[in-house]
Design a protein around this ligand. Structure first.
Ligand SMILES: [Zn+2]
Length: 443
């Protein structure tokens, strides 16, 4: 990489700063006023009627029933709709679309046939599909080739393409082989499928792997706790957590056994992916310790992606977690194509499992919003519809607290104060730019 000499660098930075000021000045001239027929506060589980929401410079500036609309403001009439904060999928893989035939649940062919650039383009498309379905935040938990998830985040943040706010995890860190069962040629020579996982068996390798992900832009660290029979010990998980904390990152563990779940909870992990390793006792411990559960509860309605037996257990365990007040997030692990559905429509389908577990609608909605902002560590800046927060919101027909299926028909999406979808139609032109409108340094 060519280094820019210091004086030029300073000038370049100054230009960027001035440009940002100009962009801000243009944006500040424009106030958007949204008339909301109903406004849901998922945290409180309440609905207010006939609210006015003002948006300026991409943030909420006023909310209430008697807010005056400034002259010259752009007025968006959602008085026939229910407005609510954006949704969160706490576990997806936007740069992965595994091939049903012939590799179902093996994944090798995707890794061999689809290069990272192609997967990054898939990720852009999947991100747009998620945003159109109302998901304004997606935690992307690995299996994205060579950091396609970080590239997607950067492209969205710099202003090249629309998409949810991405929390990328980079490469999944695991003992040799990760979730694969590689041949010696693959595992030792790293010739074919790598770097889909970061091999880290020893403490030194664990430290290095965490640092590599932090260096290349991960916002959360993902580990395989027990993908192999030996897995990580409680102390090794603690080492990951300590090292990640130095970079300000939390750790999510892929857990597939009860022993793995015990070690992850004992180590004090941030979040646990999948429900395979969950028990009543672990749910109680997670509730006491505040460990997030990202259960990835595949609905039986996505034919072929779970079995009746597996589904019944998933529903029972989700119910058990709710009864134990385990911190619940909405998470899908949707990394496949269901003909006729967008990635966002596949993700929203997961409410079927929550309905089957008889989780109250207000709690489902809380898992999809408030809990999602917290597990993503964004709750101070983005998510709730409150003055001072970045202006993301969606609108649906009907009231999701009365009928959660209302979320299946997202009519309107606002992201960063810009309209992305209106009257059920994507209108993303405000999000496309021929350059990094928010600056090259925005990540
Ligand atoms: Zn996953």
């Amino acid at each position: 990489m060519k280094m820019i000499p210091r004086p030029n660098r300073a000038r370049a930075l100054m230009c960027a700063l001035l440009l940002q000021l100009v962009v801000s000045a243009v944006a500040s001239a424009q106030v958007t006023a949204i008339r909301a027929g109903r406004l849901v506060d998922p945290d409180a589980g309440t609905v207010a009627t006939n609210q006015v929401i003002l948006v300026e410079k991409g943030k909420f500036t006023a909310i209430g029933p008697n807010v005056a609309i400034p002259a010259g403001a752009e007025v968006i009439d959602l008085s026939a709709l229910t407005v609510l904060p954006g949704l969160v999928d706490a576990h997806n893989h936007l740069a992965l679309t595994y091939k049903e035939v012939p590799e179902r649940n093996t994944y090798y062919f995707t890794y061999m046939l689809d290069p990272t650039p192609l997967r990054a383009i898939q990720a852009v498309s999947n991100g747009i599909q998620m945003l159109a379905a109302g998901f304004t935040i997606v935690r992307d938990m690995g299996n994205n080739g060579n950091y396609a998830d970080v590239a997607l985040r950067t492209a969205i943040e710099q202003g090249w393409v629309p998409g949810p706010t991405i929390i990328p995890s980079g490469l999944i860190i695991g003992g040799m082989g990760g979730q694969f069962s590689p041949t010696p040629e693959m595992a030792i020579d790293h010739k074919i499928v790598y770097p889909e996982y970061l091999d880290a068996d020893t403490p030194d390798e664990i430290v290095k792997a965490v640092r590599q992900n932090a260096l290349f832009g991960a916002r959360v660290i993902k580990i395989c706790v027990d993908c192999k029979p030996w897995g990580y010990t409680t102390d090794e998980i603690r080492l990951v957590i300590r090292e990640a904390a130095k970079a300000g990152l939390k750790v999510e563990g892929h857990v597939q056994t009860i022993d793995g779940g015990k070690r992850a909870v004992e180590a004090g992990i941030w979040s646990i992916a999948h429900d395979n390793g969950m028990t009543d006792e672990l749910h109680k411990q997670m509730a006491a310790k505040g460990v997030w559960r990202a259960g990835t509860e595949t609905p039986i309605s996505l034919t072929g992606h779970t079995t009746q037996q597996r589904y019944d257990k998933t529903v029972a365990m989700l119910r058990n977690a709710w009864e134990n007040k385990t911190p619940l997030t909405f998470s899908t692990d949707a990394d496949y194509y269901v003909p006729g559905k967008t990635r966002g429509e596949v993700a929203i389908e997961f409410i079927e499992t929550w309905k089957a577990a008889r989780i109250p609608n207000a709690d489902i909605l809380r898992a999809m919003t408030t809990s999602g902002y917290k597990v993503s560590e964004l709750e101070a800046t983005r998510g709730p519809i409150r003055v001072g927060m970045i202006a993301d919101l969606i609108a649906v027909t009907g009231n999701p607290i009365e009928r959660i299926d209302a979320l299946r028909d997202v009519r309107f999406v606002l992201k960063n104060g810009m309209v992305f979808k209106k009257d059920g139609v994507m209108l993303p032109s405000a999000f496309f730019h021929g350059g990094p409108v928010n600056g090259w340094n925005v990540r």
